[in-house]
Ligand binder design. Structure first.
Ligand code: BJW
Length: 250
């Protein structure tokens, strides 16, 4: 059954949420929109940097052409993030990790807001803006908002690049495999704030559904996944997710 408007959560979804043990949530840029992070597509505040669309500046090709420009784009985004806070959606998902026996949070986001909101063991499919990796030896460097990012690899002296997955790059080893395993085993799959256009991430809800899970989308706009979801809750993540609290006591 699909519920096309409003904040109404069906009895069936409430019942499934109340009884579920294995839950997987896939998030995208929309989950951070209410914190003030621009989305990539849709939502009006789409990411463009100095006239370059994000799929140009966030590309492996641009890393080869102009790495300083790529760093400038990521430095700008990290700077923006310093003044932003996790929102109600991040916090609700952090609570859910204590509510379900087997809860998996898979994100395409690189902003670290899930972790700042209290989530642990987040599967980051597209890397993190708070890490750099060496272009040659692949050493990784994590840094906080207060620290300067590394300028070069301490080990081999070669250039470092943001540790994010650019178009055409492979996802980090193990991350997608873990997500696939959990998607295939979950009973309830929520797809929150993603345009569901980028693969292989967008294939996870399809896998969950094919494995028997109930799939629900939370998004103010329809996506290519909407038609195949069991339920769609058209609204903002920070407004819709807290409504689930009524379905289950902690
Ligand atoms: C709200 C809201 C609110 C607003 N509440 N919601 C199969 C078919 C076709 C192509 C491919 C395929 N398999 C692989 C590909 C190629 C490619 C791909 O998918 N291309 C498609 C675009 C056509 N995939 C890849 O290249 C991936 N690598 C790969 O597959 O490697 C193997 C391979 C190698 C070589 C060739 C082929 C295969 C890697 C993908 C990496 C994606 N990287 C980026 C950039 C990261 C760095 C950076 O941050 O700059 O990741 S792209 C960008 O899109 C970013 C995001 O994580 C990703 C997904 O976007 P997301 O999160 O869905 O955000 P939006 O903005 O698109 O949507 C926001 C949504 O929120 C909207 O729906 C709003 O309505 C909603 N919203 N406010 C809830 N308050």
């Amino acid at each position: 059954m699909q519920i096309p408007s409003g904040m109404f959560i069906s009895e069936e979804l409430r019942r499934r949420f109340a009884g579920a043990t294995r839950v997987l949530v896939l998030t995208g840029a929309g989950v951070s929109a209410e914190s003030g992070v621009p989305t990539f597509r849709g939502g009006g505040d789409t990411a463009v940097w100095k006239g370059l669309p994000f799929d140009v500046i966030s590309s492996a090709h641009m890393v080869q052409q102009d790495l300083p420009a790529v760093w400038e784009w990521f430095d700008y985004r990290r700077d923006l993030l310093k003044s932003l806070e996790p929102n109600a959606a991040h916090k609700t998902l952090a609570d859910w990790q204590h509510r379900f026996e087997d809860f998996t949070l898979v994100t395409q986001n690189v902003d670290g807001l899930h972790q700042r909101g209290g989530s642990r063991d987040v599967i980051e499919l597209h890397g993190s803006i708070w890490r750099a990796r060496c272009i040659s030896c692949h050493s990784r460097y994590e840094f906080s908002a207060e620290e300067l990012r590394p300028q070069e690899c301490v080990g081999c002296g070669d250039a470092v690049l943001p540790d994010v997955v650019l178009f055409g790059e492979l996802l980090p080893t193990g991350a997608f495999e873990r997500a696939v395993e959990k998607a295939a085993a979950c009973e309830l799959c929520l797809v929150v704030g993603t345009s569901a256009l980028v693969y292989p991430a967008a294939g996870l809800p399809e896998l969950a559904k094919a494995s028997g899970a109930f799939v629900c989308e939370v998004n103010p706009e329809r996506t290519p996944l909407s038609d195949f979801c069991d339920e769609i809750l058209m609204g903002k993540a920070g407004e819709v997710l807290p409504l689930f609290a009524e379905s289950r006591e902690p």
